[in-house]
Design a protein around this ligand. Structure first.
Ligand code: PMT
Length: 405
């Protein structure tokens, strides 16, 4: 699959470098097209090095050599070879050209010449975005089927605050993948995901818990939905907004999480246990608030091992666990994979404070039952989620191939 990534002249142009990498991670070839203004912000060499392809910087070649018939019709060749055109950041000027059919540079010419789906991610000053002319152009483009990844609100490089900031790279890449139709590889699947911490009460006001924010599990839920799956999200208490299309079951304790998972397991074809379930709970929960009276000993007992229970009763579900480890990460994770009879375990080194628990970033190794190991170096949880889902899809494909042969 190939995407032409149009980069326009704005402060956010540098963010397009990460978009190249994110698309490549999902197996997409990227042909970068830069407007003249974009080249004032970022050098074409940056994109050439990242994409491994020549960067298109002008309508008649790079200017070094005499224009010839190849450079004169290059926009047609690119227009026919791409599966989607993504423009990020898209400036007011380029949007105006697109909306009004002007074709005075490579990008605007490519826009007119391609029949591939188009996604634009605008970024500009608050007033430029709010201007009637820009809004009319956006409305016109939407009406013609162009997908718009709306800009976010916040502090802008121009010193103003409000809408105009480039959407997150993850949202932009998701929109591009959706446009490519590449994201439907989980269509027909029902994914049961657990996320967040559990709380094990000691008395009516105190509990034992952990630092899980739910971000990893919610990223998996979002990713699975985008790839066409139905999602049942069993979530401990977190401060996140659940993805709208997921069926959400709120729980608090490990026992409640166990009951919710077991009640819904039959409906699932894939179960992913990201939750940081407490391993111990109070043997006895005090009915009244415990009074301070010198040292005290709290008697604990083990909670139900939900993952092991699923493994013992599952039918055909693919079962994915996470292993949060601080030492001998891979060996311990592989031990859990074998003991709990999982298909995949995601080994998560949680000894590094900046990643893992309560962070937007993570670094993991995805271990499979057949001895495979896929290392995912530090990146966003969105990216980790997709790499885990890639591994699930690959496993399902291998299983289907074995059944056929
Ligand atoms: O929520 P975030 O802030 O985004 O952080 C993400 C994370 C660090 C919580 C996540 O990436 C992660 O590593 N989750 C697993 C946490 C954990 O409890 O690991 P564990 O090694 O203790 O448990 C192994 C597996 O058994 C896990 O899949 C867990 O869900 C499951 N388990 C554990 C205990 C229990 N009683 N029942 C279980 O099913």
């Amino acid at each position: 699959m190939k995407v032409a990534l149009g980069v326009c002249g704005g402060i956010a142009a540098y963010k397009a470098a990460e978009i190249v990498r994110l698309l490549q991670d999902r197996g997409v070839r990227v042909q970068v097209v830069m407007t003249r203004a974009a080249q004032e912000f970022v050098r074409p060499l940056t994109f050439a090095a990242l994409s491994g392809e020549k960067v298109i910087t002008g309508l008649f070649g790079a200017g070094a050599e005499e224009p010839n018939i190849d450079s004169a019709v290059e926009h047609i060749a690119v227009a026919q070879s791409i599966d989607a055109l993504l423009v990020a950041p898209a400036t007011a000027d380029t949007l105006a050209k697109f909306a009004n059919g002007l074709a005075d540079d490579f990008l605007s010419t490519l826009f007119l010449a391609t029949t591939a789906p188009v996604v634009v991610a605008p970024a500009m000053n608050v007033n430029m975005w709010a201007h009637e002319a820009t809004q009319a152009n956006i409305a016109k483009l939407k009406q013609r089927g162009v997908r718009v990844v709306e800009p976010g609100a916040g502090y802008l490089a121009c010193g103003m605050t409000g809408p105009g900031r480039l959407a997150s790279n993850e949202a932009i890449v998701s929109a591009a993948l959706e446009a490519l139709g590449a994201t439907q590889d989980l269509a027909g699947e029902t994914v049961l995901i657990t996320a967040g911490p559990t709380r094990e009460f000691v008395d009516p006001v105190r509990y034992i818990s952990n630092r899980s924010s739910g971000k990893m599990g919610y990223a998996l839920a979002e990713g699975a939905l985008r790839r066409g799956a139905q999602v049942i999200l069993v979530t401990g208490p977190v401060a996140l907004k659940a993805p709208g299309a997921a069926e959400v079951i709120q729980v608090e304790t490990a026992d409640q999480m166990r009951d919710a998972v077991m009640a819904n397991l039959k409906r699932a074809t894939i179960a992913i246990k990201t939750a940081a379930v407490a391993d111990y709970k109070a043997k006895q929960v005090a009915g009244e608030k415990i009074k301070r009276a010198g040292p005290m000993t709290l008697a604990l007992e083990a909670t139900a091992d939900i993952l092991a229970e699923i493994a013992s009763v599952r039918e055909n579900q693919v079962l994915v666990g996470f292993a949060a480890e601080t030492q001998d990460v891979l060996a311990n994770a592989r031990g859990k994979l074998e003991r709990k009879q999982l298909d995949i375990i995601v080994a998560n080194d949680v000894s590094k404070p900046a990643i893992g628990f309560d962070s937007d970033r993570n670094a993991v190794t995805i271990l499979t039952r057949d001895g495979g190991a896929i290392e995912v170096p530090e990146t966003t949880k969105w990216e980790v989620a997709h790499r885990v889902l890639d591994a699930v899809v690959a496993l399902k494909q291998r299983k289907a191939a074995t059944i056929r042969s």
